[in-house]
Design a binder for this molecule. Structure first.
Ligand code: SF4
Length: 377
């Protein structure tokens, strides 16, 4: 089997070149051809020695996942569905804005964490993606967009690891992909323009801080352990106090940065004034001036299996105001690509659930926080 060169960061590619009996610096040329120019045919790489190109043809290839479908929203959002085999698919979403182009990337086929409000979580977990499958989403999207828009310069300015999966539960594949994104010979993205979103895998947050302290988003969704245990089951293993202490440690590696707390607004569940009050107190408990953070309130995208509803817009705005009045930077996420179901996991369909996540969520669902009919009244 030949090696997929999307599997490597620059260091990994240098080791691969050495194994072929080539000098390490060849890796830099090769890396630029692949990531900066989008080349996948070795004959295109005109400044590489012919002997190296011949070796590469025998031992290597450059290939992203096959595209199953492409959906373009009226607002310009593009969503690709990639085939990861075995009847499973993952999603990648490009969100164009005036001052940036953001790509939302998946890290796993399905997810084992099983958050109650998440469509991916309800589908169960099939497998981790490889580095080539993670990085290949960026490689494909960037060069597809350049061809499509007929431009030579970079189109994707920001990457968020917020698609399907918990990236920190696939750390060994994630890390080389992040390094390639930051590498000046790769995509040259700044550390602050690459965001890893986690539900709170505490030990891996510490690893990420030491290895590659990119921007960190934490799926918080609740101000108390009792509520978060129910919404984000990983909280039972790593409760809020431990999670927020880890956030503080993370910021020591990323001076002048802040943690983004994602907070999905669920009608009657976590959107009341007392929840906002408890959130303010929680942040203030950590650090003399509070934890350096920003809140991102997310309108919930309802799907029937969740048994949950979207908070009314007026309540979302009142919640945001309460946090802002307490001095916390708070934004409300705009919904994008509604016409193409751009929210995570809504197109991919059920994955082959190898870890019985669906069964666990179904059991958990029997503990309703409030009956749905009462919430909707
Ligand atoms: S919100 Fe993230 S961690 Fe939770 S189930 Fe969905 S993909 Fe997994």
């Amino acid at each position: 089997m030949t090696a997929n060169l999307l599997e490597f960061d620059l260091e990994g590619l240098a080791v691969f070149c050495e194994r072929l009996g080539e000098k390490r610096f060849r890796a830099t040329q090769l890396f630029r051809w692949i990531h900066q120019k989008g080349a996948s045919e070795f004959d295109q790489m005109s400044d590489l020695a012919k002997s190296l190109r011949e070796k590469l043809k025998v031992h290597a290839h450059v290939q992203a996942l096959p595209v199953l479908s492409e959906h373009v929203s009226a607002d310009g959002t593009i969503k690709w569905l990639f085939n990861v085999g075995d009847g499973n698919a993952v999603e990648t979403v490009f969100i164009p804005e005036d001052d940036r182009g953001t790509l939302c990337i998946s890290s796993q086929a399905g997810c084992a964490v099983g958050c109650r409000f998440c469509s991916t979580g309800h589908q169960g977990f099939s497998r981790n993606l490889t580095t080539a499958e993670i990085l290949g989403q960026l490689w494909f999207a960037e060069h597809f967009l350049r061809r499509h828009l007929k431009v030579d310069s970079r189109v994707i300015s920001n990457v968020v690891m917020m698609g399907m999966g918990e990236p920190l539960q696939n750390y060994s594949a994630l890390l080389p992909a992040l390094k390639a994104m930051l590498d000046d010979h790769g995509y040259g993205l700044s550390r602050r323009r690459v965001t890893v979103s986690t539900s709170g895998v505490v030990p891996m947050m510490d690893r990420l801080a030491a290895d590659c302290p990119v921007a960190l988003a934490v799926s918080l969704h609740a101000p108390t352990d009792a509520l978060r245990d129910n919404l984000v089951p990983l909280n039972r293993k790593y409760p809020l106090d431990e999670l927020l202490r880890t956030c503080t440690r993370y910021l020591a590696h990323a001076p002048r940065d802040f943690i983004t707390f994602e907070y999905c607004m669920l009608d009657g569940v976590n959107d009341q004034p007392e929840h906002a009050e408890a959130l303010i107190a929680l942040v203030r408990q950590h650090g003399r001036d509070g934890l350096r953070c920003k809140f991102n309130l997310i309108p919930f995208n309802p799907f029937p299996a969740s048994g949950l509803l979207r908070s009314p817009q007026a309540r979302v705005l009142a919640f945001a105001k309460q946090l802002q009045d307490a001095g916390l930077v708070t934004t409300v996420r705009k919904t994008r690509g509604d016409d193409i179901d751009a929210a995570c996991g809504q197109l991919a369909g059920d994955v082959k659930d190898r870890t019985q996540v669906q069964t666990r969520i179904a059991q958990q669902r029997t503990i309703m926080l409030r009956p749905v009919d009462e919430i909707s009244r």
